[in-house]
Design a protein around this ligand. Structure first.
Ligand code: ASP
Length: 433
């Protein structure tokens, strides 16, 4: 009836209807803009910031809830389905090569930019407390520890402790064992894990439906908490990192993708947009894992065999954004302290940055905490260096958001490139989302 359409209430229904009909990546973009606007307008209001904080926490918990069973079932199913150990080795080698190469390129981008822009020159060193900033006291373990701890003594505990590398190790092992069981028991196990994985993907789908709400709350909460005070002081440093991350994500990685797959990188970015937005708002590669897997499977068409092998591992050890950040951050500190780094020292920084990015946990701010290892490698252990890290901590959130997005973008390109090289049909023409 015509009069029904003209009621104000029905108009608002139309707006909601239009919003809901938009593709997921548009909904997320709108949620981001609204979240940023609401965060800056009402950030000081305790009721508002308290509410968005709670919604953001529930959303993060929902995401974390699916991660362990998703990683477990997807890797076991993927590896058990590979069958031939030779093809598992080939996949592993390609994955490792891709991870090392892209993280190395990223560290080089960071190195080049800091040398050109010189953001550290003239930075005022904050009052020295003579100690490491408190938040950074729990500095991560060394790389050797990371490798040793990859082998869990108790897989159930690894899962409960959210020890992702330990979980990956056990899952690959179990999947490989199942692949050798060419009997009825093996068949039953494979179909059980396959079905469990499918159920986890359905659950992930449900979580993704509320993604715009989660993104809104996460961005609003992050903006409410950000300390803008020190932005002027190290704005140039932030800009340098942002330029580096942009160059790596929108020039280096797309070029690599194009050269290796002969496909339009824009299609890939459009297909991965929901996962990229999720990485940006959560600052955590592991919290983004379910979205990364889902986008790759459904919007890109990469097989479960490849995705389950490349992505959980990638989210944990392939961090291009973090490698770039470690390298640029350490050089920035040296510049601010007026210390000239020799060519050899710069090479040491690149290599340590690469190793540290492998060892960094896939959680917010992990990269910043790991910078001490890079600093130690080149003898930057002065209290003034720690004071500068404290300054970097104050502005870390936006940089962490961006570098996490770069980290998962590189993982996803890796999965697509490796899938393509394995003869899989990438299917970007499908209507994304
Ligand atoms: N937050 C990043 C990630 O989860 C790690 C980092 O802090 O660099 O990928």
């Amino acid at each position: 009836m015509w009069w029904l359409d003209n009621l104000p209430q029905s108009r608002s229904h139309t707006v909601t209807g239009i919003l809901l009909k938009l593709k997921l990546h548009w909904q997320i973009l709108i949620a981001m803009i609204l979240g940023a606007a609401a965060g800056s307008l009402f950030g000081d209001n305790a009721v508002f910031s308290g509410t968005v904080d709670k919604v953001a926490t529930v959303f993060m918990r929902l995401l974390r809830m699916v991660i362990v069973p998703l990683i477990f079932t997807s890797i076991v199913t993927g590896v058990a389905g590979i069958g031939d150990p030779k093809s598992l080795g080939r996949l592993g080698l390609k994955t490792l090569l891709y991870y090392l190469a892209t993280s190395f390129f990223a560290a080089l981008v960071g190195l080049g930019l800091v040398n050109i822009i010189q953001p550290g020159v003239g930075v005022e060193i904050p009052e020295l407390s003579g100690e490491r900033p408190e938040e950074l006291d729990n500095v991560a373990t060394s790389l050797t520890d990371v490798i040793i701890n990859m082998v869990p003594t108790n897989p159930v505990q690894a899962a409960a402790d959210f020890d992702i590398l330990g979980l990956i190790f056990f899952s690959i092992f179990l999947g490989a064992a199942m692949a050798t069981m060419q009997n009825a028991a093996g068949e039953r196990l494979r179909s059980f894990f396959g079905a469990a994985f499918e159920a986890m993907m359905v659950m992930t789908g449900f979580v993704l439906r509320v993604l715009p709400i989660g993104v809104f709350a996460l961005i609003a909460a992050a903006i409410s908490k950000m300390g803008f005070g020190v932005f002027n002081q190290i704005g140039q440093y932030m800009l340098t990192i942002a330029i580096g991350l942009t160059l790596h994500t929108f020039v280096v990685l797309p070029l690599l993708f194009f050269v290796l797959t002969k496909r339009n990188p824009l299609d890939h970015y459009r297909a991965m947009a929901p996962a990229m937005a999720m990485a940006f708002s959560t600052s955590s590669s592991s919290a983004t894992l379910p979205a990364t897997i889902k986008c790759l499977r459904e919007n890109v068409g990469v097989s479960n065999k490849t995705t389950s092998f490349v992505i959980p591992m990638g989210a944990t050890i392939n961090m291009d954004g973090t490698a770039l950040y470690e390298c640029a951050g350490a050089l920035f500190i040296a510049q601010a302290l007026g210390i000239q780094m020799s060519f050899t020292q710069q090479i040491v920084i690149v290599i340590t940055a690469l190793l540290v990015s492998i060892g960094a946990a896939s959680i917010p701010s992990a990269g910043l905490v790991m910078i001490f290892i890079v600093l130690e490698a080149v003898g930057l252990t002065d209290p003034a260096a720690y004071a500068l890290v404290g300054l970097m901590l104050a502005v870390d959130r936006p940089l962490d958001m961006y570098r996490t997005m770069v980290n998962i973008t590189s993982d996803s390109i890796g999965a697509a490139v490796i899938g393509d090289s394995e003869g899989e049909e990438l299917n970007y023409d499908k209507d994304s989302d």
